[in-house]
Design a protein around this ligand. Structure first.
Ligand code: PLP
Length: 411
């Protein structure tokens, strides 16, 4: 039965209670039970998000001249991102509503540059490692661009395979920093060389890593180069609403130069409403998400991010040690907040279900079938309990794993 809009309104106090009740069936993320879909950096960060969002909730980023406040805040947030990601003078960027938006717009810019400056017409393609995010497939489907996924080498992008797959109709090659399924940073330096040698547009997808990796490096980790410090990197995506700990609806897309970004903007004049120019996919843009990003970044500062992210990497190290002690293999050498692990004879899907029954919610990596966690500062407090539940869930499994249903992407 289709729900009908009630004839009479109801008081907010009643509705609020009803909404709390609705939410009570959701995963208990405030207890640290969710390791996908959200990021919990604690009550103080949440309070800043909420109050800053509410202050500018009605304002619209579509109209920066009406809201110089939002223009200023967006410009600051973009500047913070550019400096964190080693961008040279002249590099530029925009806030978008999410990683999919950022990736779509980078691909649109690359496509339109290829069309206008390289005079490419007809079928075009994007070359990306098997582990790159499906947002590229979505963008490519929208723009009728062919997706060429290349095999991995040791779970990382293989620059040789990508070189072989790229041709004179390739508008973009992609590396991830890190990829979602394994949490590993692709060899961006090798991809940058390929991009420079062949004149290709390299996009680094740092959606999940862009606002954690720079601070993890400051904390002393030996991360490979992955950002604009490499000359072949033309564009990057980095999500504020992930490890930037900002409110949802906030990401950034960056370009090495205005000459590259120029092709992102979409302009229509041929209608009765006058010239309408939008830099990104959205029309109306939530002022709240822009304001919350500005406020959270300013309130944390470099020190705040370093502290929060140290809790994340500390939790990941303890989780890795704990699962290794139980005979599991960690996939590759993760250095940020994502980790995937598996064990011969343990069916990952069944283990996932056993953990789900105990309230834990994570995702599954499928190649090879593995548990997959995306950690937040809150997880520093719950790793021991999680490991105990891994023991309990594993003890319930039938010996020698086989069968099970297909794991789903993203849990
Ligand atoms: C989350 C993610 C995306 C997509 O971002 P959304 O904000 O969910 O649209 C793209 N790439 C990677 C590596 C991601 O983790």
């Amino acid at each position: 039965m289709r729900a009908a809009l009630p004839d009479e309104g109801r008081p907010w106090s009643e509705l609020r209670a009803e909404m709390r009740e609705l939410g009570s069936g959701d995963v208990a993320w405030r207890e640290g039970k969710a390791a996908v879909y959200l990021f919990d950096a604690g009550d103080e960060v949440e309070a800043v998000q909420k109050e800053a969002y509410a202050l500018f909730m009605s304002e619209n980023g579509l109209g920066p001249s009406a809201f110089p406040s939002l223009r200023r805040m967006e410009a600051d947030v973009v500047d913070f991102g550019l400096s964190l990601l080693g961008a040279p003078d002249g590099a530029v960027g925009n806030m978008t509503t999410g990683g999919t938006d950022s990736i779509t717009m980078a691909m649109k810019a690359a496509r339109d540059l290829a069309r206008s400056e390289k005079k490419l017409a007809g079928p075009l393609n994007v070359v990306l490692p098997r582990s790159a995010h499906p947002a590229f497939d979505k963008a490519a489907a929208l723009m009728e661009v062919e997706i060429r996924r290349t095999p991995l080498r040791d779970l990382l992008a293989d620059a040789d395979a990508m070189a072989a797959a790229a041709d004179d109709r390739t508008i973009m090659i992609v590396g991830s920093a890190p990829c979602f399924p394994y949490g590993l940073i692709d060899p961006i330096e090798a991809l940058s060389r390929l991009a420079v040698d062949r004149g290709l547009w390299l996009h680094v997808d740092a959606c999940v890593g862009g606002y954690i990796a720079p601070f993890v490096r400051m904390n002393g980790a030996d991360l490979p180069a992955f950002d604009f410090a490499l000359p072949g990197v033309a564009s990057m995506s980095a999500d504020l609403h992930k490890y930037g700990y900002c409110a949802k609806g906030a990401s950034t897309v960056f370009f090495r130069s205005e000459a590259l970004r120029r092709h992102m903007e979409f302009v229509v004049s041929d209608w009765p409403g006058g010239r309408m120019a939008t830099p990104t996919l959205a029309g109306t843009r939530p002022g709240g998400a822009i304001a919350a990003a500005w406020a959270v970044m300013r309130s944390l500062g470099v020190e705040g991010y370093r502290t929060k992210h140290a809790q994340v990497t500390g939790a990941r190290e303890r989780l890795e040690a704990g699962v290794r002690a139980r005979g599991y293999e960690v996939l590759g050498r993760p250095q940020l907040g994502l980790v995937a692990f598996r064990k011969d004879g343990v069916d990952a899907v069944k283990l996932w279900k056993g953990l789900r029954a105990r309230g834990w919610f994570s995702s599954l990596t499928t190649e090879p079938a593995s548990l997959h966690l995306m950690l937040s500062p809150i997880h520093a407090r719950v790793i021991d309990g999680y490991l105990e539940d891994v023991d309990r869930a594993e003890a319930e499994l039938p010996r020698a794993g086989a069968g099970g249903t297909e794991p789903r992407y993203g849990g």
